[in-house]
Design a binder for this molecule. Structure first.
Ligand SMILES: [Zn+2]
Length: 55
């Protein structure tokens, strides 16, 4: 738990996909671009704000 979600972004076509979705060589599946950028999301824990009571 606590592991951020990692996405790969293609600098060519700006396609975002998960590392598990790309090929073995880490190439873009759309334009076959090499050297995808790694984006890490969810590094911080997001705390849900409780609903304010009304009435
Ligand atoms: Zn691409």
């Amino acid at each position: 738990m606590g592991t951020g979600v990692t996405w790969l972004k293609c600098p060519g076509c700006r396609l975002k996909c998960r590392p598990a979705a790309v090929g073995a060589g880490g190439r873009c599946r759309r334009c076959d671009h090499d050297g995808l950028l790694r984006l890490t999301l969810g590094g911080r824990e997001v705390q849900l704000v409780p609903e304010t009571r009304q009435g």
